[in-house]
Design a protein. Structure first.
Length: 191
């Protein structure tokens, strides 16, 4: 799927080979709008495609998270004022599941610490104005991270994403990236 993707904020260093995308972040990159800090940043890196309507997206992520706010996962974007980034983020000395939904202004939700540093899968489904986020450390069981309203749109930019607000040089490997029609599963179906 990466062969059909395009960059939003292309990093200075990246490589695509055998279905694996490696990205090294530029300095002080982030996606954030206003809340608490008062600033707006739209400089994070994302490599994705434009969908036609609702979808499910999934990716496997491995990284070298070392500095506060180092983060990687998925970005779903209607425009610069309406988007979600979800994945993991280094905060409070732990690698935590994290999601930021921005509808004019950003929120921030943290979940549990990630039980492994060997990598994780992330899945996002947008269907009929609802966003469902799930993660997995084994690729088999997919507990829900978040369920939230999200704008209905004719198309979305959907891609892998990474940011390093406090530094440059975060190295992330993305693989197994797919975008499909929305998975219509029961809310508590963990597969």
């Amino acid at each position: 799927m990466f062969e059909r993707c395009e960059w939003l904020n292309e990093p200075g260093e990246w490589d695509l080979k055998d279905g694996r995308l490696q990205v090294v972040t530029n300095a002080k990159t982030d996606f954030w709008r206003e809340t608490y800090y008062g600033f707006t940043h739209d400089s994070g890196h994302s490599f994705g495609i434009q969908t036609k309507g609702d979808f499910s997206a999934q990716v496997y992520v491995r990284g070298e998270f070392e500095t506060l706010y180092d983060q990687a996962g998925l970005l779903i974007r209607v425009d610069e004022r309406n988007w979600v980034k979800a994945g993991v983020e280094l905060t409070d000395d732990a690698l935590m599941t994290s999601s930021v939904i921005t509808l004019e202004r950003s929120d921030w939700a943290l979940g549990s610490p990630i039980a492994t540093t060997d990598g994780f899968w992330l899945r996002a489904t947008v269907e009929q104005g609802v966003l469902r986020l799930q993660s997995s450390i084994d690729g088999i069981t997919w507990p829900m991270l978040r369920l939230a309203p999200f704008p209905k749109a004719e198309s979305y930019f959907v891609g892998v994403a990474c940011c390093s607000p406090k530094r440059g040089g975060l190295t992330i490997d993305f693989s197994e990236f797919i975008v499909t029609p929305p998975q219509r599963k029961d809310l508590h179906d963990l597969t």
